[in-house]
Design a binder for this molecule. Structure first.
Ligand SMILES: Nc1ncnc2c1ncn2[C@@H]1O[C@H](COP(=O)(O)OP(=O)(O)O)[C@@H](O)[C@H]1O
Ligand SMILES: [Mg+2]
Length: 270
């Protein structure tokens, strides 16, 4: 694969949904961005925007998931190729706990490997490795309903990372978690991300989360959403709880909040 081919590129992408009665609804408009393929590391993109502005639409277009896929206008390219549907190069982690309720943790984490035809012993060994990495060793025989919200999201992360996607798509993965659990998950995510060197797109409406995790923050306007500003932020240099309590970090969040407010006045205090 050529180094010069971007990981993901959107060229004037628009998506209009048609309701059952035929009314068109323009979700996103003229979305343009490019995420380059960096040597030995992936970029972390945080997508920040008000509810309903089209954040999930953008992620689903990258994932190739219907009914959002395909775009109505423009081009969605992954490694230089138009997206035709889902693929193992892209893994998704949703906000709602997307584990299979009838499978235990081990079978949930091994699920993608099973689909890929990896035989039982190997897939269970690989799944166990990821279960340990997300600190769930000892819970591999438990079912999702026996786990806390944070644990279930760790299952979802392990399941996605087990298939080694080059691109990890996360749709408000920590949105349902309390603040302290969320900080712990942010630390874990940073640690894992540095290890797997994947490109990450993470949706959040939490400005601090976007600033802490992102290399770049894409700020979106209200629907029909488009990217109105891209802000470069420093990579995390300490743990989430400590960093996010510092004055320097608060100042950075304030700067990004002001940019956000400039485009979406009523969201300034979000
Ligand atoms: N499958 C769909 N059919 C019809 N409308 C949709 C569909 N998915 C999203 N929308 C609409 O498109 C807009 C953007 O949605 P979404 O991307 O989910 O926003 P966000 O994730 O930023 O909250 C919203 O107005 C939403 O109601
Ligand atoms: Mg959404």
């Amino acid at each position: 694969m050529s180094k010069n081919v971007p990981v993901v590129e959107f060229k004037q992408v628009g998506k209009t949904f048609i309701s059952p009665d035929g009314t068109p609804h323009e979700a996103i408009r003229d979305v343009n961005f490019c995420v380059e393929d960096l040597d030995d590391e992936g970029e972390f993109i945080a997508l920040l925007g008000p509810s309903g502005c089209g954040k999930s639409t953008i992620l689903n277009l990258i994932a190739g998931l219907e009914p959002v896929h395909p775009a109505t206008t423009g081009e969605v390219l992954v490694f230089g190729q138009p997206v035709h549907g889902p693929g193992p190069d892209r893994g998704m982690v949703f906000q709602s706990y997307s584990s299979f309720p009838c499978y235990n943790v081990l079978d949930n984490v091994a699920f993608g490997l099973k689909l890929q035809g990896v035989e039982k012993d190997e897939r269970e060994e690989r799944a166990m490795r990821w279960i340990k990495r997300v600190q769930l060793a000892g819970s591999e025989k438990k079912y999702p309903h026996q786990l806390s919200g944070g644990m279930r999201q760790r299952v979802a992360i392990a399941r996605t990372l087990a298939i080694h996607p080059r691109i990890i798509l996360m749709d408000e993965p920590f949105g349902a978690l309390d603040r302290v659990t969320r900080w712990g998950m942010q630390d874990l995510l940073v640690e894992l991300w540095r290890e797997v060197e994947a490109t990450v797109f993470l949706i959040t409406h939490d400005i601090a989360e976007a600033v802490y995790l992102g290399d770049r923050v894409f700020i979106m306007s209200e629907g029909p959403g488009t990217i109105v500003e891209v802000v470069d932020v420093p990579a995390p240099s300490g743990d989430a709880a400590t960093t996010q309590r510092t004055e320097a970090f608060s100042n950075l969040v304030h700067t990004v909040s002001q940019k956000f407010e400039k485009h979406i006045p009523q969201m300034g205090s979000a």
